[in-house]
Design a protein around this ligand. Structure first.
Ligand code: ADP
Length: 527
């Protein structure tokens, strides 16, 4: 297909959607093979239009080396949502016609969230970003490029009160743009931030995507085959004459991501999600548990495709020998009846979670019931690093600019021929002569094309060290650790008298100091 004006005629191509690299989430970038970039007439830094059920735009970044020769395009959950596609779908990609944004109006994506941030501060985080009306975007406070752009006062105040995750990832919906179409946010753009969510489109905003889950790529692949595929394409199973699964059992220790996994698959499959909790159904609805189960299954069928998630299923359906109560027996048989009676093949799937798979009533695990299992285990070092990456996404991390490490990184870049040889060699010389970490940092900063890459690698190294030190930690522990490290920073500033809950406004210099270092994580580990 050809489009464009006059001699500027480029193709549109279709590429298969793949998930983003963890560190790319929220950055508004896509990665795909150089060959297709050429075909489209774009280079890294250019903007492409992505057309699925919706249309959006994104910045082209360097292809991932492993993707060479593949017809895939990597993008995060926000871009997928904005383009109306999910992983594995084909998306049409074309060079975008971009105009400079005169004005962009944003509103918080979540209802009930009230924020007051000057548009200019948000703009700092979004410079260069292409947006379209209706897009969901995230302004994160991560990274040096966003220097000076992270003072999310409101969020900080929130930290004192509720200690939410990290320092801040704020999600916004683009309410309107002037001019219309794909526009790029620049220094000249006026960014207005409305204090409250407004109705732009009725669709649900993805809350959990596969990129929010670390260290579980096998489990993700399995759940996609077992749950996402039948929910999205029941016809495949019909045609093959096989039964799609009705029930999938996730088992593993608490806090490893079973609930996350169920939520993510529901999101990616665009399925209605109903979560119930074993103990709750037994106690809160005492005497009405069966009735409640029937209602849930009815709701699921009416809103199909649906996922019913039953957390701690062992509370409802323990092994019969462990059961004394008549109630449990009745609830189990009601659950089995409901599952056996599920119509509309593959349109409703029940996902159950337990950390004691052996304690389950074997009747539940017969064919046609929970006959598939996925282990969600304790993460290894690589998994822990991924999880840390996820939970520090919105955090202003600061690596150590330790001379040896920096030199090692530069050497590697040299080997990889990632940058101009002369530039790198000169830089190494200067770094060698540096007398302090701060000086190393200043030297690196002066090489503005190399600096972000080095910084990213140093941050990766920092997370790797922390991953090494957290053997046995599950996802929930690592999330807590990240929060705690942020609190270490806050507490220090409070002790130094630089911030206090009484302060009306946190001074910008102090906000600049809000950086979380490796030492803060180590400190948090001691507690
Ligand atoms: P489970 O259902 O296995 O008990 P959850 O999915 O409820 O565990 O995890 C609790 C929290 O811990 C999550 O909301 C998330 O913040 C964090 N978490 C757990 N596992 C992971 C993981 N694999 N990747 C990222 N975060 C995780």
């Amino acid at each position: 297909m050809i489009f464009g004006k006059d001699e500027e005629r480029y193709e549109k191509i279709k590429l298969r959607v793949a998930e983003a690299l963890k560190r790319d989430v929220g950055r508004g970038i896509v990665r795909f093979d150089r060959k297709f970039q050429k075909q489209l007439g774009v280079e890294p830094g250019d903007i492409v239009e992505l057309i699925g059920d919706r249309t959006t735009a994104a910045i082209v970044a360097n292809p991932h080396p492993d993707d060479r020769g593949l017809d895939i395009i990597r993008m995060d959950g926000y871009i997928r949502r904005n383009a109306g596609v999910s992983i594995g779908d084909y998306v049409t990609v074309a060079k975008a016609e971009v105009q400079e944004a005169k004005k962009v109006t944003l509103a918080p994506a979540q209802k009930g969230v009230f924020i007051q941030i000057p548009g200019d501060m948000v703009k700092q985080n979004l410079l260069g970003r292409p947006v379209m009306k209706g897009d969901l975007i995230v302004a994160s406070s991560r990274g040096e490029t966003y220097y000076g752009g992270s003072p999310f006062d409101e969020l900080l105040r929130g930290l004192f009160e509720t200690m939410p995750l990290g320092f801040g990832e704020l999600k916004f919906v683009v309410v309107s743009t002037s001019p219309k179409g794909v526009v790029q946010i620049t220094y000249n753009t006026e960014v207005e931030v409305l204090p409250q969510a407004v109705e732009v489109r009725e669709e649900a905003i993805p809350e959990v995507t596969y990129e929010d889950i670390g260290g579980l790529s096998d489990a993700i692949q399995k759940i996609r085959e077992m749950v996402e595929l039948p929910l999205k394409h029941p016809e495949l199973f019909e045609r093959l004459g096989i039964e799609p699964p009705k029930g999938v059992l996730l088992y593993g220790p608490p806090g490893t991501g079973k609930t996350l996994l169920a939520k993510a698959v529901a999101n990616e499959a665009n399925a209605h999600f109903i979560a119930i909790n074993g103990p709750e159904i037994m106690s809160k609805f005492y005497g009405e548990s069966e009735e409640r189960l029937r209602e849930i299954f009815k709701e699921a069928e009416e809103n199909a495709p649906s996922i019913i998630f039953i957390d701690e299923i062992d509370a409802i359906a323990p092994k019969r020998e462990e059961v004394v109560g008549e109630v449990e027996k009745r609830v189990v048989s009601q659950l089995l009846t409901l599952m056996d009676g599920l119509k509309g093949r593959g349109k409703v799937i029940v996902i159950a979670a337990t950390n004691r798979p052996d304690a389950l009533d074997p009747a539940l695990r017969r064919p046609g019931r929970f006959d598939r299992e996925i282990e969600v285990g304790v993460p290894d070092k690589k998994g822990r690093k991924e999880i840390l990456q996820i939970h520090t996404r919105g955090m202003p991390l600061e690596p150590d600019y330790d001379k040896e490490t920096v030199l090692r990184v530069l050497k590697e870049l040299l080997k990889r021929k990632a940058f101009d040889e002369e530039v790198l060699k000169k830089l190494m010389k200067r770094v060698e002569g540096a007398r302090s970490d701060d000086e190393v940092k200043e030297i690196l900063k002066s090489a503005s094309e190399v600096y972000p890459e080095v910084r990213t690698r140093l941050i990766e190294g920092m997370l790797e060290r922390i991953a090494e030190k957290t053997h046995g930690f599950v996802g929930a522990d690592l999330a807590a650790l990240a929060r705690e490290a942020a609190m270490v920073v806050l507490r220090r500033l409070i002790n130094e008298g630089k911030i206090s809950p009484e302060h009306e406004k946190i001074p910008p210099e102090v906000l600049q100091e809000l950086r979380v270092r490796k030492a803060d994580f180590y400190e948090a580990l001691k507690m």
